[in-house]
Ligand binder design. Sequence first.
Ligand SMILES: *Cc1c(COP(=O)(O)O)cnc(C)c1O
Length: 353
Amino acid sequence: MITVQRNLPLIERYREYLPVSDATPVISMGEGSTPLVPLTKLSACLDLDIHVKLEGLNPTGSFKDRGMTLAISKAVEDGATAVICASTGNTSAAAAAYAARAGLTCAVIIPGGQIALGKLAQALIYGAKVLAIDGNFDDALRLVREMSDTHPIALVNSLNPYRLEGQKTGAFEVIDALGDAPDVLCIPVGNAGNISAYWMGFQQFHGLGKAQRLPRLMGFQAAGSAPLVTGAVVKNPDTVATAIRIGDPVRGDQAMDAMRDSGGQVDSVTDDEILSAYRMLAATEGVFCEPSSAASVAGLIKAQAAGRLKAGERVVCVLTGNGLKDPDTAIAQSGQVIDIPASFAAAEQALYG
Ligand SMILES: *Cc1c(COP(=O)(O)O)cnc(C)c1O
């Protein structure tokens, strides 16, 4: 019999590289250890060796669980009884879930009417107090910073250093799976925490001799929400990719340093490019991710067309969240349901004409 140890909490799997001790209670749901899947068709098409990291298979359906297991574990260790975050959706889902598991109360502030349906359902069913504001993510973040400054409530946005410490394990897993870092990492950029965390992880394992090389980091923002590309805060960010609809990224400077130091780049992709990659991934590779996640693949396609990669290079695209988070966009981007009577003849007619 083969024993496969699945779902070892990432805090256990990478304990020696994380800021935890025996005094840290591990609040876990088996996050991390997500699949790294080759994209055979797109690899052949672009003459590259492309893999996608399916972060949508984390317990609440996005990479945010990596940071949240650590942020909540440390909050409990530090005696917190309540946590708060601003969120475009996935942070609130993860915070609400891990807080529920730890017995903490959780409050989230979201931009009203701009959250994918699945994410809202999650925050509510996990029992968070959900406040929707008539403002955007950047306004929500301002509010929660002020709230955590004036009340005993722990902030679990990616300003919280433990979030990045947990998220850097994504880079560890990529190195462990491939035996080295890839040539290029493509990743969507919103608040710019995740790309910063991946760079921390790649550098740490490289420094320890676990990777021979460092990847070029290619970060992609949505064109309507691309402050790092334009060099200016975007007052009213707008994109179908709601998870990266952020006009003033908190980790922007750190992310720009990482992209520069790695020899990579930041660029933007249009909503059309994002949605085209989103449909292609599902229809030709069987991979259903969020629109925001597809920005990494849309960006790769654009970068390859611009001659920024060499033939045969190994690329990892981080697919940050599960497609089921946003059923409205999936249905809007897909074919029609065909209504027929419940008869064989009608089914045959519909399928074979
Ligand atoms: C949070 C999130 C991002 C952006 O990550 P940042 O750390 O904010 O740059 C991208 N995709 C999805 C699905 C997310 O939930």
